[in-house]
Design a protein. Structure first.
Length: 359
C-alpha cells in the first residue's frame, strides 16, 4: 500500500492536477511501511516519497517542512523496525532453544556404536524451523541385542508429538526386559491406547482416524535381523551393492487400528543380515518425496546403491543431499532415517594382517 500511495502522488505531480498537496500523505508512508516491511522496504518508500516531493512545483515553507518531516518519520520508522525485528529474533531464538530441548528429550541422538553394529540417524522436518514432528526413531542396546524402532504418526501438531513420545517411552522401557520382540511392539500399542484414552489428549478426528505405523527390529551377534512391521514401509538392506526390501509375509495393521483392522497374531520375522550389510529404517516422508518438475517419487533403493562405502553418518549425509536435490529443498512431509551397519570384522582383520609390521 505505501508504494501505491506514493505512485499515486507521483502521478498527481506529473499531471495538470499538481496543484494538489501530496506532501502530507507522503510523510506518513514510511511509518505505514514499518508495519509490514523491514529497513530496506522503509528506505525504499522514503526514497520514492522524497523523489516525488522534489518534483513538486511549490517551493514554500510547507514544502521544506514536509521534507524535514519525511526525514524524521523515516528515521523513526527504521529505528522502530529494527527494535521490533530484534525482539522477534530474540523470541524466535527462545522458541528454537525450547524446540531443541524437546527434540533431545523425544528424539535422542543415536550412539555411533551399539554392540556389534554401528548406527546413525537423521530427522528432516518439512516445516521450516521445526525440530520435531510425528516421525520417531530410537536404537538401544539390550541383553537380547540392539533393538531399533522407527515410526510415523498420522497427523501433525502436539497430538502427533504426544503420540510419538508415548510410543518411544514404551519402547525404551520394554526393549530392556521383554524377550520377545513382538511383545515390545504390543507394549507400544498399549501405550498409544492409553495416551488416546486421556480425556482431551486428542481431538475427535484423531481419535477416530489416528494411527501410528511402526517397525521394530533386533540385531544380535547372529547374522540375521528380526523385524516386526505394523503397517510401516519395509526396511532396506544394502548387500554387495544391491538393495533388498524386507517385505513382511503378511501385512499387519498400524498401531491404533487393531480393532478396526484385525490382522494375524504379531510375530517377528527373521531376515539375513551378514557382516558388511547396511540396514536402513525410514519413514514414508523419504520414499514419497516428489520432484517438483516431473512429480516423480524419490528412488531410495537406487540412491542407496549409488552411495560409496563410508561411515553410517556419511552414508545418511549423501542420502540427505540426494533427497534435497530431488525435492529442490521443499519436503512435503517429515522424513526420518535410521541406518545400522554390521562391520565386516574378518575383512578388517585381513587388511590389518597385510600391513607391514614396523621394524
Amino acid at each position: 500500500m505505501p508504494f501505491v500511495v506514493v505512485l499515486v502522488a507521483l502521478g498527481i505531480e506529473l499531471s495538470p492536477a499538481n496543484f494538489l498537496v501530496t506532501g502530507t500523505f507522503l510523510t506518513a508512508m514510511p511509518a505505514v511501511a514499518a508495519l509490514t516491511m523491514g529497513p530496506k522496504g522503509i528506505l525504499s518508500v522514503a526514497a520514492l516519497a522524497l523523489v516525488t516531493d522534489l518534483m513538486s512545483p511549490a517551493y514554500d515553507q510547507a514544502y521544506y517542512s514536509n521534507l524535514v518531516s519525511l526525514f524524521l518519520v523515516s528515521l523513526a520508522s527504521v529505528t522502530m523496525s529494527n527494535a521490533v525485528r530484534t525482539r522477534r529474533q530474540s523470541e524466535l531464538d527462545q522458541v528454537r532453544r525450547i524446540a531443541m530441548a524437546a527434540q533431545e528429550a523425544i528424539l535422542r541422538p543415536v550412539p555411533a556404536r551399539l554392540g556389534p553394529v554401528r548406527a546413525a540417524s537423521m530427522y528432516l522436518a518439512a516445516e521450516t524451523g521445526a525440530q520435531i514432528g510425528g516421525d520417531l526413531y530410537e536404537a538401544v542396546q539390550t541383553r537380547y541385542g540392539v533393538r531399533l524402532i522407527v515410526g510415523d504418526v498420522r497427523g501433525k501438531g502436539l497430538p502427533a508429538v504426544r503420540a510419538a513420545a508415548a510410543v518411544l517411552s514404551a519402547f525404551r522401557v520394554t526393549a530392556q526386559y521383554e524377550e520377545e520382540l513382538s511383545e515390545v511392539m504390543n507394549h507400544c500399542a498399549a501405550a498409544l491406547r492409553q495416551e488416546r484414552a486421556v480425556p482431551g489428549a486428542v481431538d475427535q478426528e484423531t481419535l477416530l482416524e489416528g494411527f501410528v505405523t511402526a517397525l521394530v527390529a533386533q540385531v544380535s551377534d547372529t547374522p540375521e535381523v528380526q523385524v516386526v512391521n505394523r503397517g510401516h514401509p519395509p526396511p532396506l538392506v544394502l548387500r554387495q551393492g544391491k538393495v533388498h526390501a524386507l517385505m513382511p509375509p503378511s501385512p499387519l495393521p498400524p498401531l491404533g487400528l487393531e480393532d478396526l483392522c484385525p490382522g494375524p497374531p504379531v510375530k517377528a520375522e527373521s531376515y539375513p543380515f551378514a557382516p558388511g550389510d547396511r540396514l536402513l529404517l525410514h519413514t514414508d516422508g523419504v520414499i514419497e518425496a516428489r520432484n517438483p518438475d516431473n512429480n516423480d517419487f524419490f528412488a531410495l533403493p537406487e540412491a542407496m546403491e549409488a552411495v560409496h562405502t563410508c561411515t553410517p553418518h556419511e552414508f545418511l549425509e549423501q542420502l540427505h543431499r540426494g533427497l534435497i536435490r530431488h525435492t529442490a529443498g521443499r519436503l512435503a512431509d517429515d522424513a526420518a532415517m535410521l541406518l545400522v551397519y554390521r562391520p565386516n570384522e574378518e575383512a578388517g582383520n585381513q587388511q590389518s594382517a597385510q600391513l607391514p609390521s614396523p621394524e
